[in-house]
Design a protein around this ligand. Structure first.
Ligand SMILES: [Zn+2]
Ligand SMILES: [Zn+2]
Length: 358
């Protein structure tokens, strides 16, 4: 079958022929119908992470179960959303209500299958979803109604779960609270959407690309700012001089984490959703940490339990509570995916979603 393969950091992405094993005990073969181009895939090839190669990219996807291995219980034909952090339900974190920190999920690249020439292959986050098919443990899928459009279902597996979870589970944004969101990719836009649904306001969207303004306002922002040295003043002017109750960082850089810190009010909360590099150090003055009384924490996979929250989000999409249309920039073919990675790296658009013919 065909899959989007990275051969090494910085190497051009190519659609190549690969082979996957048949599903083993408790595993499923899923025919992919849609897969979103997420910033974490970029991190697999731009040097932020150092996974094993060759590597099938893609971890935000929906598909249909095509074959169940021995003992797997999800019926063939079920539409599923892929879960890149399946919880083992046995480790300390799982037993203490934090399945998103499951100790069993540690490696960005998992060995599975081979290239056409027999070279061992790896798949991103145990999925490798920019491919006609994946073979995954059944814990890595969440069933959703077949009526949900695959390109919407796909986004529930990463951007929407992450962004919505950051607002609802990590920051616990309440009605009437002010929010600033830095970085308006798929996750940042999902944060805006969830903040609006929570009744927050003002919701200040911040991105270096002026072209994101209309997207931001459509997704739920009340204000849009391109950051320059007036940013703190502008945000304070929108919040009676205090700064925001919640600053949500969706970039993953020390500089933007510092910005989020400065935008939060005294006693406010900074939530880091972006995944940064290990050598990018954030520096904060000790006196500032004490005096500002701010909270700084990260949100991994939206501090969510996908088995419970993906079906709930699917219901919100179905009944119109959650509008995902501002998030989807366009539907593309697998062959167009490398170009979509370039657009993502340049910060163009929201989510480009690869769809596969039936
Ligand atoms: Zn992702
Ligand atoms: Zn666990």
């Amino acid at each position: 079958m065909r899959a989007l393969v990275a051969r090494g950091p910085g190497a051009p992405l190519r659609v190549e022929q690969v082979r996957l094993p048949a599903p083993g005990p408790g595993e499923l073969r899923v025919r992919i119908r849609a897969a979103g181009v997420c910033h974490s895939d970029l991190s697999m090839v731009n040097g932020t992470l150092a996974p094993a190669y060759p590597l099938v990219l893609g971890h935000e996807a929906a598909g249909v179960v095509a074959e169940a291995g021995p003992g797997a219980r999800v019926p063939v034909g079920t539409q599923v959303v892929l879960n890149w952090a399946p919880a083992c339900r046995r480790c300390w974190f799982c037993r203490h209500g934090e399945p998103w920190l499951c100790a069993a999920n540690t490696t960005p690249a998992v060995p599975r299958g081979e290239m056409a020439d027999g070279t061992p292959l790896h798949v991103t986050l145990g999925l490798g979803a920019f491919a006609e098919e994946v073979v995954v443990p059944q814990a890595a899928v969440v069933a959703v109604p077949g009526e949900l459009a695959p390109e919407r279902a796909a986004l529930l597996g990463c951007a929407v779960l992450t962004g919505t979870g950051a607002v609802r589970n990590t920051a616990r944004v309440a009605a009437g609270e002010s929010v600033a969101v830095i970085g308006l990719g798929g996750v940042g836009l999902s944060v805006l959407t969830a903040a609006r649904a929570a009744g927050a306001g003002p919701i200040v969207a911040i991105d270096v690309a002026e072209a994101k303004r209309d997207l931001a306002l459509a997704a739920g922002a009340t204000d849009f700012l391109v950051p320059d040295d007036r940013l703190s003043k502008q945000v304070r002017a929108l919040t009676e001089g205090r700064g925001v109750d919640h600053a949500v960082e969706c970039v993953g850089r020390a500089a933007t984490i510092r910005t989020a810190w400065r935008l939060a009010r005294r006693g406010g909360a900074v939530t880091v959703v972006g995944m940064g590099a290990k050598d990018d150090l954030v520096s904060l003055a000790a006196l500032d940490i004490f005096h500002s009384a701010r909270t700084l924490r990260s949100s991994v996979y939206g501090s969510s339990d996908p088995d419970r929250e993906v079906p709930a989000l699917a219901r919100e999409v179905a009944d119109g509570t959650l509008d995902l249309s501002p998030l989807i920039s366009g539907l593309i073919s697998l062959d167009e995916a490398p170009a979509a990675f370039d657009r993502l790296a340049r910060g163009e658009g929201a989510r480009w979603v690869v769809t596969f013919p039936d």
